[in-house]
Design a protein around this ligand. Structure first.
Ligand SMILES: [Mg+2]
Length: 218
C-alpha cells in the first residue's frame, strides 16, 4: 500500500494552504482564501529553498513556514500562534491514525509517495510514523514529483510489489488518484464528503478519514 503524506496522514483530506488560512483567520488575519493563497505559495517556495530544509522535522518545518508566511503577509499576525495551531491539529489526526497504520503495517508492505521538500523522513520520524514504512519517497530527493509515473514505479520497485496488487491512498485527485490509476493501481481517494470528484475517472474507493480505509480493504 502506498500513501500520500500531507493532507492524507496528517489531516482528513485538507491541504496545508486552507489549514494555514484557517489558523491565520483565527489569529485575526483579514485576507480571504484566494488572496491569502498567493502569499502561501510564496512561503512554500521559500521553505523549499531554506539551506537546512532537509534536516527540518515536522514542527520545525511548520514553524519555518509560518515565519516565512508572516513575513510575506500584509497584516501582522503571530507566526508562533499559527504554527502552534497547525501542529496541534495535525498531531491529533496523526495520533488517531497511528493504530490504523500499525495494523496495516502488519498485513501489508507500506510506502509513502510525497511531493515534499527533502525532509519527509525526519518529519515522519518525529511523528512516530516512519517505522511503519519500508520506503519513503520524497520528490525533492528522488527527482520526480507526482503525477510523474516514475516516482510511483521507483517506490513500487523499492517495495518489490506490482502496481496491480497495490493501493494508492491520497487526497489529491490528480497527483495521487489519477496518476496511480494510470499505472493500474487500486486507488482510494481521501476527501471531505462535500468535495466533488473531477471527471473522467472513478477511484476504486473513497473515504473521508483514514481509519475508514480498513473497511475498503476488507
Ligand atoms: Mg496530499
Amino acid at each position: 500500500m502506498l500513501f500520500d503524506f500531507g493532507g492524507t496522514l496528517d489531516a482528513d483530506g485538507v491541504h496545508w494552504s486552507p489549514r494555514f488560512h484557517a489558523a491565520y483567520r483565527a489569529v485575526g488575519g483579514g485576507l480571504d482564501f484566494a488572496a491569502f493563497e498567493t502569499f502561501f505559495k510564496a512561503s512554500d517556495t521559500a521553505v523549499a529553498r531554506l539551506p537546512d530544509i532537509r534536516a527540518l522535522g515536522f514542527r520545525a518545518a511548520i514553524d519555518a513556514q509560518a515565519r516565512l508566511l508572516a513575513g510575506f503577509l500584509p497584516d501582522r499576525v503571530d507566526p508562533g500562534v499559527i504554527a502552534q495551531r497547525l501542529h496541534a491539529d495535525a498531531l491529533a489526526i496523526v495520533t488517531r491514525n497511528t493504530p490504523v497504520l500499525e495494523r496495516l503495517a502488519r498485513r501489508y508492505k507500506l510506502g509513502v509517495v510525497s511531493n515534499f521538500t527533502g525532509n519527509l523522513q525526519p518529519c515522519l520520524q518525529e511523528l512516530g510514523l516512519a517505522r511503519f514504512f519500508s520506503v519513503m519517497s520524497d520528490s525533492a530527493l528522488v527527482g520526480w514529483s507526482k503525477p510523474d509515473a516514475r516516482i510511483f514505479t521507483h517506490t513500487l520497485d523499492a517495495l518489490g510489489v506490482s502496481p496491480q496488487r497495490t493501493w494508492m491512498v491520497g487526497d489529491n485527485f490528480e497527483a495521487d488518484v489519477r496518476a496511480a490509476a494510470a499505472l493500474g493501481m487500486r486507488t482510494c481517494w481521501l476527501a471531505p464528503p462535500d468535495r466533488s470528484p473531477p471527471g473522467g475517472l472513478v477511484p476504486t474507493a473513497r473515504i473521508a478519514r483514514l481509519p475508514d480505509v480498513e473497511q475498503v480493504l476488507d
